[in-house]
Design a binder for this molecule. Structure first.
Ligand code: HEC
Length: 117
C-alpha cells in the first residue's frame, strides 16, 4: 500500500519558518522585495533591467556592486530615478524612465531593494 501522507508533513510549517528566518537577514537592507518588484514592474523598469542579467540597462546586481560602501548611493539613485537624466539606450540618447510613484517611502524601498542585490 502506498503512503499518501509523508511523516514529515506536520513539521512543514516549522521548516518553512526556520528557512525564512535564515533567508531574511541575508537580504540586508530590509527591503520589501514584493513591493519593490511590483513598483519596478508598474514603472516598466523590468523592460530594461533584471536582477542579474544584462538587458538595455545594467543588472541591479552590477549597480549594487558599483555603489557598495558609498554612503550617498541611495541619494544618487533617488536622483537617477526621479529626474529622468539622459542615458544611452542602444547607442541612442534618451531620458531614463522615472519611477511611477510619488511616495518617497515606496521609491526608497525600491532603491534599497536594488542596492541589496
Ligand atoms: C529604456 C530602457 C530603460 C528603462 C525602462 C529603465 N532603465 Fe534604468 N537604465 C537604463 C540604462 C541604459 C542605464 C545605464 C545608464 C548609464 O550607465 O549611463 C540605466 C541605469 C540604471 C541604474 C544605474 C544608475 C547608476 O547610477 O549606475 C539603475 C539603478 C536603474 N537604471 C534603475 C531603473 C529603474 C528602477 C527603472 C524603472 C523606473 C529603470 N531603470 C528603467 C535603461 C533603462
Amino acid at each position: 500500500m502506498k503512503r499518501t501522507i509523508p511523516p514529515t508533513t506536520g513539521l512543514m510549517p516549522v521548516v518553512a519558518a526556520v528557512l525564512m528566518g535564515v533567508a531574511a537577514p541575508a537580504f540586508g537592507l530590509d527591503a520589501d522585495a514584493d513591493a519593490a518588484q511590483a513598483l519596478a514592474k508598474k514603472s516598466h523598469c523590468t523592460k530594461c533591467h533584471s536582477v542579474d542579467k544584462k538587458k538595455e540597462g545594467p543588472p541591479y546586481r552590477e549597480t549594487a556592486a558599483k555603489y557598495k560602501g558609498q554612503a550617498d548611493a541611495a541619494q544618487k539613485l533617488l536622483t537617477h530615478l526621479t529626474t529622468s537624466p539622459k542615458v544611452k539606450v542602444d547607442g541612442k540618447e534618451e531620458e531614463h524612465a522615472a519611477v511611477k510613484s510619488k511616495d518617497e517611502a515606496e521609491i526608497k524601498n525600491l532603491i534599497a531593494y536594488i542596492l541589496s542585490q
